[in-house]
Design a protein around this ligand. Sequence first.
Ligand SMILES: Nc1ncnc2c1ncn2[C@@H]1O[C@H](COP(=O)(O)OP(=O)(O)O)[C@@H](O)[C@H]1O
Ligand SMILES: [Mg+2]
Length: 370
Amino acid sequence: MTSEFRELRLDGVGRRFSGKDALADLDLTIRAGEFIALLGPSGCGKSTALNCLAGLLPLTSGSIWQDEKRIDVLPPEKRGFGMVFQNYALFPHMSVRRNVAFGLQMRKLSKAEVARRTEEAIRLVQLEEHAAKLPGQLSGGQQQRVAIARAVVLEPSLVLMDEPLSNLDAKLRLEMRTEIRRLHQSLGLTTVYVTHDQEEALSLADRLVVLRAGRVQQVGTPEELHATPANWHVADFMGFRNMIEMTVARVSGDEVVLEGEGLRLVGTAMGSISTGATVVAAVRPEDVRVVEGEGDNRIPATVDVVEYQGRELAVEARTGTGSGRALHLRTDQRLAPEDRVSLAVEPQRLLVYPKEAGDPAPTELAEVTG
Ligand SMILES: Nc1ncnc2c1ncn2[C@@H]1O[C@H](COP(=O)(O)OP(=O)(O)O)[C@@H](O)[C@H]1O
Ligand SMILES: [Mg+2]
């Protein structure tokens, strides 16, 4: 399948609802064949962005371009995009085959052409055995496959997916994730995929766009976002579960010495950091290690809660003798509640972000989004 464009450009796209920005100043260039994920917590403007792209919502500001052609002025059906929603929206009284064929029939193609393309799409999503069934006779995962087949059968120049897997159980979600990636690879479809699940976004996308309160926080590859989140909001979303507010005691180059909560830690500056400032120090649970003896960057702690997770334990510990702040870590050591431990963090793994004025404290945010 070949794309009908080289790139799709969103230029300062914004959408307001009753005077409030749901999406503001979205600049993004999508190259043909790319898989882009829009990621962010509920209410951050993901669906708004997708619906603006699809033509289901008029823009309040900005423009959308397909190469040199302006398309935000076109109605949805003139854009030729395919959509897959969270609720599959299949026709309940039609068989799988007729659901998939429906859009092609609307295009007045020959009967033979409709049949050929329908069977091919059904085969792609591996529903050959179920082609004669009604949607109600299928599992949620199978219904979502029908919805995907129905979108790709039209050979759209762009596929838009809005949280297509969020109604499925955990196992099906994983299966369908692989399915969507496989389809993308075999068809080379340009895809924009909306999700609030960072793991899903990281595993599927070539590039991610992280949104917060209607504004882009960062655009990058999964590797870039995973290793170097642009600010602590993105870090929070990228699995840095431990966020500690501390004060900067000293800065030398990238190295920052922090104090607070009875701790003294060395971390790595992720922005403009100055002595005396209040900052947010972020570290992933998998980068907090249980160690023996004395050393640098140690945090004495007491184990509070232990969750069995197969090869590893997910542990919540509290700093000091157990009354301090909660820290999350993963370890293969068989720890038990009340154990006194010494935790260590590599300075390169403790990312230090400026705390912007007006920011909520990290723990407040964790509760809101968690
Ligand atoms: N039709 C609408 N009318 C009024 N407000 C809306 C409408 N659609 C979305 N919003 C608001 O815009 C913001 C972004 O919504 P949405 O794009 O649906 O977020 P997401 O898909 O990331 O959960 C939210 O604050 C939401 O309440
Ligand atoms: Mg949404």
